[in-house]
Design a protein around this ligand. Structure first.
Ligand code: AMP
Ligand code: MG
Length: 347
């Protein structure tokens, strides 16, 4: 029988060694520990414990064909989980680790097949959050950890979000406050030429290309084959999400107003998730609003995106109206999340 979920507060900057040691002991006993990383909260298990890894999939109700990212404490630990570390991958690691970059490497046979969903590659990163690093150091084994949410739901950027989705399904939640980056890591495969971005994330294409030259985004079909878990619908709140078109704050606001009026007339006042510039242009104030901050502050928008979706979901609206962000830098990763969250559910 799984034990009830306990939530332990932990200082995000200077995590208590005693709390980390206790959480590490739980992990090494085969229990699940949710912890903050700089991207989102992860649901961690000892990556070498196949039974514990299976429990991650059960807790999240995640299909077994959706592989997990393996977190390591230091670059030398790559050899515990991968058989090779190509020069280009090592170069990126030296510049972006610890940080929100995940690299595909050839999988080590010692790693249970459950972690990689039977693929011959493993996705690896070193997180930069002091709690994540402290936990990895304290347990001495790589930690397999996907985002700590029910499969398909909006990713968690606070311990409260983890509890909402996984109460009773995870033994320990380390509560280190809100996560600073707010969206997941960038997943990169450097083996093809040019190297491929399988998932846009916290490290931008521009940052990566400045180091290794031109890259490309995986095509949707290709991405599905290479990264099997990346379903078109993901990150989705319970409410329906509609992305309203427009090139400027004025035209986006006009489109939101138009949708909002029609929804209100049919008795379904929507929530609005938009940047400040758009909020200022809105004529209708019909339901709850969440301000993502200024449109040029893409870091702030990424940090607040999932909180905004969850806040409006908690306000029990049936529909959330939002819009795409500027299509550069972190805006591309934010737009990837928004498009998937807005994708209609499969029949
Ligand atoms: P999550 O940890 O929930 O953000 O999801 C991790 C994602 O990383 C998966 O859904 C895949 O898209 C990707 N991933 C993990 N392992 C692999 C792998 N071996 N090959 C390709 N993509 C992977
Ligand atoms: Mg996820």
């Amino acid at each position: 029988m799984p034990s009830p979920t306990v939530v332990w507060k932990i200082d995000p900057g200077h995590p208590s060694p005693e709390i980390l040691a206790e959480a590490a002991a739980r992990l090494l006993r085969g229990e699940l520990v949710a912890f903050p990383t700089e991207t989102v909260y992860g649901l961690g298990a000892n990556a070498f414990d196949a039974e514990a890894v299976r429990r991650i999939f059960e807790a999240k109700q995640r299909p077994f064909d959706d592989p997990l990212i393996v977190h390591i404490a230091k670059v030398e630990d790559v050899q515990m989980v991968a058989t090779d570390f190509p020069a280009m991958a090592a170069r990126l690691a030296s510049l972006f680790w610890p940080g929100p970059l995940t690299l595909l490497l050839p999988r080590h046979a010692a790693l249970p097949g459950e972690v990689t969903s039977g693929l011959d590659t493993v996705a690896v990163r070193i997180p930069s959050h002091p709690v994540a690093l402290g936990l990895l150091g304290a347990c001495g084994v790589p930690i397999a950890a996907p985002s700590a949410n029910r499969f398909g739901h909006t990713s968690p950027t606070s311990a409260a979000h983890v509890l909402e989705d996984l109460d009773g399904a995870v033994e320990v939640i380390l509560d280190g406050g809100p996560t600073p980056v707010g969206i997941e890591s960038t997943v990169v495969d450097v083996r093809p030429t040019p190297a491929v971005i399988l998932r846009p994330g916290g490290v931008t294409r521009e940052q990566l290309e400045a180091v290794i030259g031109p890259m490309r985004y995986a095509e949707p079909g290709e991405r599905q084959a290479a990264s099997p878990g990346r379903l078109p619908r993901h990150y989705a709140p319970r409410a329906e999400l509609i992305l309203c078109p427009g090139d400027t704050a004025q035209t986006i606001a006009a489109s939101i107003d138009d949708h909002a009026r029609r929804l209100a007339a049919s008795g379904r006042p929507p929530g609005v998730l938009a940047v400040s510039e758009v909020h200022r242009e809105l004529r209708s104030s019909l339901g709850p609003v969440f301000d993502l901050g200024g449109q040029d502050d893409l870091l702030g928008i990424a940090r607040r995106l999932f909180l905004g979706l969850r806040t409006l979901e908690a306000a029990s609206v049936e529909v959330i109206l939002s819009h795409l962000m500027p299509a550069h830098g972190l805006g591309l990763a934010v737009n990837d999340r928004l498009r998937r969250a807005a994708h209609p559910p499969r029949e």
